[in-house]
Write a protein that binds this ligand. Structure first.
Ligand code: FAD
Ligand code: EPU
Length: 337
C-alpha cells in the first residue's frame, strides 16, 4: 500500500475544488482492506473514503488520509429464469455499469443512466432519477467495519433506504467502507417511463414501445441538456434535497404561489427545491466563481477558481433566503467536508 503525501484533489472532485490531502492512498484489492485499517496513517488521524467525488464539497485542505476506492470487477453470482444477481466491486464506474447491463439486456438501472460516481457509493444516498431509485434493484452489499475490522453483509432492509437517504447517512455514517454491491436485474425488463420528462422525450422521438436502450438514450439526452458536465463546469448535481413537507405547509404555499411545483409523497409533499430557488431569483446568480446554474437552480457551480468556502457561503445565503421567502428549510444533499 503506497501512501502519497500532499496529494492534489482538484481532478478527484467534480466541483473541481483545488485542495490537497495530507496523505492519499488507493484501495485496489479487497484483501488489502484489513492492512489499510491497521496502517498508522489510517488509525492515528482523520481519514476520508473517496469514490468518484461527485457528491462532496471540500471546504479546506484535508488534514488526514484520503482513501480512494479503486476496487474493480463484476460477477454474476446467481441466476434464475427471471433474474440476474450481479456483484459489482465498489470502485466500478456507475454509468459504465449501467451501460454494461443495458448491453446485456438486463433491466433495472437504465433510468439511472449518466449519474456520475462509483457503484460502491450508490447505496449511500440511494441514488435516484427519472422515476427509479437504486433500492428497487439493490440486493445486498459487503462492507468492512472500520473499527472492529469485521466484514459485514447488509441486506436491503438493513440499509433502511429512503429518499436520498440510508443507514450509511445516519447511524452507519463513517463506520464502514463499502467493498461491493450486489444488484438484482430483470432478464425481461419492465419499462418505467412514467416520469413526465422521460415520457415526453420518448414521444418527441416517436418511440412508442421503448426498450431499455431507448430509455437509457432518452435519459442521457435529457441529462445532457439540463445538467452541466463536470468536466466543463464544476458541480455536484443537486446541491440540496427536494424538501418533503406536511400537507399544511404545502397548502399554504400553494395558496400563496399557485404555480408551485410539488408532488405527493409517502410522507407529505415533495417540493421542487429548484423551483423555490429559481423563484427566489437565484438562477444564474454568480459571485466571483461561485454560482447557480443558469438552467437548473438546484445545481451550484464552480466557474473556475471558487473555493469550497465560497460555495458554502452561497449555499447558506440561498438557504436563508428560502426560509425568509417560503419558511422552508433546505437540507444539503452534497456532503460537506
Ligand atoms: P463521493 O462523492 O466520492 O462520496 C460521497 C459520500 O460517500 C462521501 O461521504 C464518501 O465518503 C462516501 N463514500 C464513497 N464511496 C464509499 C465507499 N466505498 N464506502 C463508504 N463510503 C463511501 N445523484 C442522484 O441520486 N441522482 C442524480 O440524478 C444525480 N445526478 C448528478 C449529476 C451530476 C452532474 C453530478 C455531478 C452528481 C449527481 N448526483 C446524482 C450525485 C452523485 O453522482 C451521487 O450521489 C453518487 O452516488 C456519488 O458517488 P461518488 O462515487 O462520486 O461518491
Ligand atoms: N424547476 C424550476 N426551476 C429550476 C429547476 C427546476 O422551476 O431552475 C422546477 C421545474 O418545474 C421542474 C421541477 O422543478 O419541472 C423539477 O426539476 P427537475 O425535473 O430538473 O428535477 P429536480 O427535482 O430538480 C431531481 C433530482 C435529480 C434527478 C432529477 C430527475 C433531487 C434533489 N434531485 O431534480 O438528482 O436527476 O430529479 O429525476 O432529488 C442529484 O441528486 O444530484 C440529482 C441531479
Amino acid at each position: 500500500m503506497q501512501i502519497f503525501e500532499n496529494h492534489f484533489l482538484k481532478d478527484l472532485n467534480t466541483f473541481g475544488i483545488s485542495v490537497y490531502a495530507r496523505e492519499y492512498t488507493r484501495l485496489s484489492f479487497e484483501n488489502e482492506a484489513r492492512q489499510l485499517l491497521d496502517h498508522p496513517a489510517f488509525k492515528m488521524g482523520r481519514h476520508f473514503v473517496l469514490g468518484g467525488g461527485s457528491n462532496i464539497l471540500f471546504t479546506d485542505d484535508y488534514d488526514g488520509l484520503v482513501v480512494h476506492i479503486d476496487l474493480k470487477g463484476k460477477d454474476v453470482v446467481r441466476e434464475t429464469g427471471e433474474k440476474v444477481f450481479l456483484k459489482v466491486q465498489a470502485g466500478e464506474n456507475w454509468d459504465d455499469l449501467v451501460d454494461y447491463c443495458v448491453g446485456k439486456g438486463w433491466g433495472g438501472l437504465e433510468n439511472l443512466s449518466l449519474i456520475p460516481g462509483q457503484a460502491g457509493s450508490s447505496p449511500i444516498q440511494n441514488i435516484g432519477a427519472y422515476g427509479v431509485e437504486l433500492k428497487e434493484h439493490f440486493h445486498s452489499l459487503e462492507a468492512i467495519h472500520k473499527k472492529n475490522k469485521t466484514f459485514v453483509t447488509f441486506s436491503k432492509e438493513a440499509c433502511s433506504f429512503g429518499y436520498r437517504d440510508s443507514f450509511f447517512k445516519n447511524s452507519g455514517h463513517d463506520e464502514y467502507i463499502i467493498l461491493s454491491v450486489t444488484f438484482v436485474l430483470d432478464k425481461e425488463p419492465k419499462i418505467r417511463k412514467h416520469y413526465g420528462a422521460l415520457a415526453a422525450e420518448l414521444i418527441d422521438h416517436g418511440i412508442d414501445k421503448p426498450d431499455i436502450a431507448d430509455v437509457r438514450d432518452a435519459v442521457c439526452r435529457i441529462r445532457r441538456r439540463k445538467l452541466p458536465d463536470p468536466l466543463v463546469l464544476g458541480n455536484a448535481g443537486s446541491f440540496f434535497k427536494n424538501p418533503v413537507v406536511p400537507y399544511t405547509t404545502y397548502s399554504r404555499l400553494k395558496k400563496e404561489h399557485p404555480d408551485l411545483v410539488a408532488y405527493p409523497d409517502e410522507a407529505g409533499f415533495k417540493l421542487a427545491a429548484g423551483w423555490l430557488i429559481d423563484r427566489a431569483g437565484w438562477k444564474g446568480f454568480r459571485e466571483g466563481d461561485a454560482g447557480v446554474h443558469e438552467h437548473q437552480a438546484l445545481v451550484l457551480v464552480n466557474h473556475g477558481d471558487a473555493s469550497g468556502k465560497d460555495l458554502l457561503k452561497l449555499a447558506s445565503a440561498i438557504q436563508q433566503d428560502v426560509i425568509e421567502k417560503y419558511d422552508v428549510k433546505l437540507q444539503a444533499e452534497v456532503n460537506i467536508i
